[in-house]
Write a protein of this length. Structure first.
Length: 202
């Protein structure tokens, strides 16, 4: 009788032991998954998610010992399906860049967010330090008018527009950021910025 109780006790302890180990492994896996969504490495760059600002990435500029943090809305892992047709790095050589759009295309403030994402990086004195100005493709409220036809070796044009697909294309000295929706324009704008920073490949 005592032997039977001992066997039952050993079996019970074994089952509890297996369940405990499984629970520990599950907890570690869950914690790792949670951490990978908050802090992760992408192409050698350390990213941290912030609920308020999107994603923060640390960059070492001009061989400085202390990294500089920049903030963008989008996770680069979600932008890999946005193609870039042509060499977007031509923007690095510009003396002035205009971000332009059609004032009569029924675009809202969402598209402006895409323009601000570009401006915050390209105009940053610690990064590219290239002046960025806004414009329209057609006369509107005495604003500057710029189209792709105005792009030169020294003056870059970035055109924001909606279309059937989401992609970035380079036409002569003009960069066209097209999104299927305005939200996609923001995503494609971040795709361009990550590419200029060499965080993502073209």
């Amino acid at each position: 009788m005592q032997q039977q109780h001992a066997r039952i006790l050993r079996a019970t302890l074994l089952i509890f032991g297996v369940l405990l180990v499984a629970l520990i492994f599950f907890a570690l896996y869950w914690q790792q998954q949670q951490t990978s969504d908050i802090i992760f490495n992408y192409n050698g760059f350390r990213f941290q998610r912030d609920q308020a600002i999107g994603y923060k990435v640390q960059l070492y500029i001009n061989n400085q010992a202390v990294p500089v943090s920049i903030h963008l809305r989008e996770d680069p892992r979600t932008l890999e399906n946005i193609p870039i047709i042509g060499d977007a790095q031509i923007l690095r050589q510009k003396k002035q860049i205009y971000v332009t759009l059609d004032p009569f295309a029924n675009l809202t403030g969402k598209t402006t967010i895409g323009a601000l994402e570009i401006d915050a990086i390209i105009d940053n004195p610690y990064l590219f330090n290239i002046p960025v100005s806004s414009a329209f493709t057609k006369p509107y409220l005495n604003s500057t008018v710029k189209t792709c036809n105005d792009a030169t070796v020294q003056e870059g044009i970035i055109l924001l527009q909606t279309g059937e697909t989401t992609h970035i294309s380079v036409s002569d000295e003009c960069i066209i950021i097209q999104g299927a929706t305005e939200e996609d324009i923001i995503r494609a704008s971040d795709r361009l910025v990550y590419t200029l920073l060499n965080i993502m490949e073209s």
